[in-house]
Design a protein around this ligand. Sequence first.
Ligand code: PLP
Length: 381
Amino acid sequence: MLQRQPTRPTFGWDNLAGGHAAGLPAVDDLPHTRLLTSGRAALFAAMKALGVQAGDGVLAPSYHCPTLVAPLRAAGAALQFYPLGPDGLPALDAITPAARTRALVAAQLFGLPRSLAAVRAWCDARGIALVEDCAHSFFGQAGERPVGHWGDLATASLSKFFPVAEGGLLAAARPLPAQALQPAGARAQLKAWVDLLERGSAQGRLTGLNAPLRALFRLKNGPPRAPSPAAPGEPDEARMLAECDLGRSEQAAPALTRRLLGLPRGRIVTRRRAHYDMLHRLAQGLPGARPLSAPLPAQAAPYVMPLWLDAPEPAETAYAALRAAGCAVFRWDRVWPDVPDFPDDHGARWRTQVLQLLCHQDLDDAMLTRTCDVLTDALKT
Ligand SMILES: Cc1ncc(COP(=O)(O)O)c(C=O)c1O
């Protein structure tokens, strides 16, 4: 059976070893933090903390994962999309905010955080709050400030950096307004442990326990089920919202999430950096493709190595081949309904011309090599 590469960190004994310090700033260095169940939940909480009311305007990037947009809509925001410049930052000159615009959400993409000095100044001049979405960038220095320190609020997605079943973080330099959260409950607490053991053993990361745990989970789950096919047609907003599963946005995270946040961080940063470097090097030899960004900056713990494809990708080529081969890769081609076509929007190009090759700590060299082999074959044809 096809062994899928993990698209997020999985717990293994090696998580317990290595240096505790990340050696880089992190979003949870901010003095005020609230642990939630996901990055989505953190964005929803950010809207609530800013007092966004139904119909208030919120600026969101044209290049996005639907889970960035859904929580803004769920909070009642009237969305106004903005185009991106070549650096992935808001193309500020192209934005005329509507009346009642309360916030701009800017994503620190790919785990390669950037200075938001110009965005901060633009927001300040207009009395608009800045939400720094650090889902891709839990660690790093973003120009003159540590990541997360540009926004009035910062949000993070913990499952992209830590082996947690679920976790998100809302963080700020100033005290956060109170938010009523339902307690996680016994079922969610237990599920967090089951998920940790199930994913860890499935990936062979729990030496000594892998075989018995796998047998146990096979008994529990029965034969593997084929994924259900996507519903036909262009998704409308209601379907996008439903697919983003915001159900647990107002629940506290399970206790295990907090414990796993305390794991040694040195390995996370070192291995991500090494994986990025390897993908960056291998990508130099790919036909019709090249790394989107320069070699890794010194103060970053990347989420993905973004790969630029010279030709826009129709649905059935390299990306499809990578997915079919079980490689850890994403493409943000699912766009929220009614995003306008902006002239010269890099975000729009990136939807079909950027592949996000994951480089998290629990991938290994053989997996990355395979990804580049599959890509080489697909791009040659
Ligand atoms: C930029 C960005 N923001 C927010 C999210 C939502 O994070 P989560 O999956 O933890 O809800 C994602 C998820 O992919 C993301 O890429």
